[in-house]
Design a protein around this ligand. Structure first.
Ligand SMILES: [Zn+2]
Length: 283
């Protein structure tokens, strides 16, 4: 089965992300490509009408949760410390409610802010809370070993070992493109690289400068995922950062054209999750 491609947007910044989503939607329309938007609940509380008008009427767009206010759900060396459980629960439950209330459809997926190198493994309270909130999948594995970049090409798995065979992890892959552009880098690029690198060809010691360079990096991960026979490949994109670097969304044009050239199907996380559950039913 050929690898599928999922265009994904971690949508979080006030004003900037909504403006960027207009250019992103246009790029998707030019190429007829579906996509998944993980949106922070607070953005919907404050700018819900704008998001609903822009993204709500596109049947190929999945809207999922990026928590309520982007508070970090687990300790992370670059992104912060875990808050108390009441705060974590609020982030999970309210984030989902805002998506469902704004778009009047079920929200089945959660991408926690920042993501983690070990996904949600080994945190029973967090897993219980995510399952009890009604999520079917999380996309939380967004870093390589010991919180390095790039995030490796890992296929979906369940949390059966943690007692939750019904919950799927659908990892994201590659660089967080904002860090590749040094948009919110508080440490040097070199500090977030693994040594030795499991993917030396995807290492950059300096920020990228052009949409063409960004596309060349994307292509490395797409080609490698196809070689590995991965069910899907999905890069970690942020509307505000894409627009700041490349307002015309040239990188999206190049990437979507390449997907088409390779004959890969484009899909959403939700569709991939549904497909995976059917293909690999939990015993
Ligand atoms: Zn985020």
């Amino acid at each position: 089965m050929p690898t599928r491609f999922i265009a994904t947007y971690d949508t979080e910044k006030k004003d900037d992300c909504l403006a960027a989503c207009a250019a992103i939607r246009a790029a998707h329309e030019r190429h007829g490509v579906p996509g998944t938007f993980f949106i922070v609940g607070k953005r919907l509380e404050e700018e819900g009408r704008g998001y609903r008008d822009l993204l709500g009427d596109v049947p190929d767009f999945e809207i999922a949760s990026h928590t309520y206010s982007h508070i970090i759900l687990r300790d992370h060396p670059f992104c912060g410390k875990t808050p108390d459980n009441a705060t974590r629960q609020r982030e999970i439950v309210l984030g989902k409610e805002w998506v469902e209330q704004t778009f009047q459809r079920p929200c089945v997926g959660l991408r926690p802010g920042c993501g983690f190198h070990n996904a949600l493994r080994g945190d029973p309270w967090l897993l219980d809370t995510v399952v009890n909130a009604g999520f079917g999948y999380v996309s939380s594995l967004l870093w390589g070993p010991e919180t390095t970049l790039p995030a490796l090409l890992v296929p979906p798995f369940t949390y059966a070992e943690d007692g939750h065979p019904e919950l799927w992890e659908l990892p994201g892959h590659g660089w967080h493109e904002n860090l590749l552009k040094a948009h919110n880098l508080t440490v040097e690029v070199k500090r977030i690289l693994a040594w030795p690198s499991p993917m030396p060809e995807a290492i950059r010691l300096t920020p990228i400068r052009t949409p063409e360079e960004e596309f060349a990096m994307n292509r490395l991960f797409i080609d490698r995922a196809v070689e590995m026979g991965l069910p899907y490949v999905s890069l970690i994109w942020h509307p505000w950062s894409l627009a700041r670097f490349d307002p015309a969304m040239r990188m999206l044009d190049l990437t979507f054209a390449y997907i088409k050239e390779l004959g890969l199907e484009a899909t959403t996380y939700q569709a991939e999750w549904e497909r995976t559950r059917i293909a690999l039913p939990v015993a």
